[in-house]
Design a protein around this ligand. Structure first.
Ligand code: BTN
Length: 257
């Protein structure tokens, strides 16, 4: 992992994503470093990578386990505010494409968890920075379990997998990073496509058609996930036939319908 920065400098053929790169062997959270850089006007495409995070952050205030052998990265983008609904789609689709390029078939759990055979292999955290009037930047934080055995960590054993567990051998982290940044760039260049990206995202989404339970903080609902709308929100048909639109929440797949 210590050579990942020089590997990327030589092998990454992108125009924007990863052209500026900050590597840390160990850090708290790459999100904090990226936000700091973004506030200090770091250019779009700047990435932060860590070999290990001591206080990795997850969605909904949770922590993210980020040991040696994982890929922990944050990417600074400056999309137009009206395109921000596409960032979850772009980031999770990029991971699915990157893994596909490495012969792994992955699916998305709404909004942007990436699963292999139903187990989580990647989590994505998106944080936005606003100026007084507009969106200033967005930071996409991506954590991929690459080369470690998730069963060694009781908090994720059984519900998470890693690329090495799926492939039966170690996978070069730097190759995963090259694939990831290249795929993000390709999709980000298509940000004008809007609803096509949403539809492509939905087509890789394991959640649709499934019976789901959604934790909305203080209450939980259960129903069938029917659709992702143009805003990227998830529509749930409740048992009384009514439709509930979810903008954020924790989805559990209960069983196939
Ligand atoms: C989740 O599934 O809850 C999202 C996890 C996001 C983890 C990544 S690892 C790189 C970046 N730094 C962090 O502290 N979090 C994100």
């Amino acid at each position: 992992m210590e050579n990942i920065a020089s590997f990327l400098k030589q092998n990454l053929k992108t125009h924007c994503i990863g052209k500026r790169l900050h590597y840390f062997e160990v850090t708290g959270s790459t999100m904090d470093i990226a936000r700091d850089l973004a506030e200090k006007h770091a250019p779009e495409g700047t990435v932060v990578i860590a070999g290990k995070q001591n206080v990795g952050r997850g969605r909904l205030g949770r922590s993210w386990l980020s040991p040696v052998g994982g890929l922990a990265t944050s990417i600074i983008l400056r999309p137009p505010a009206k395109k921000i609904r596409l960032i979850p789609a772009i980031s999770s689709l990029a991971v699915v494409h990157a893994l596909y390029n490495m012969d792994l078939k992955a699916h998305i759990k709404w909004p942007n968890d990436v699963l292999i055979t139903g187990k989580k292999v990647c989590g994505i955290l998106i944080e936005n920075g606003f100026s007084k009037v507009d969106l200033n930047y967005t930071v996409i934080g991506i954590g991929i379990n690459v080369n470690f055995d998730t069963s060694a960590f009781p908090e994720i054993a059984g519900i998470a997998t890693s690329l090495s567990m799926e492939m039966g051998k170690d996978v070069p982290v730097e190759e995963v990073a090259v694939q990831l940044y290249s795929e993000i760039e390709k999709l980000y260049e298509r940000i004008g496509d809007g609803n096509d990206l949403i539809r492509e995202w939905a087509s890789h989404m394991e959640t649709l058609g499934k019976r789901v339970r959604v934790s909305l903080g203080s209450r939980t609902i259960e129903g069938t996930a029917t659709e992702v709308n143009d805003s990227g929100n998830l529509l749930i048909r409740l048992d009384d036939g009514s439709i509930q639109e979810i903008t954020a929440g924790d989805v559990t797949h209960v069983r196939d319908q």
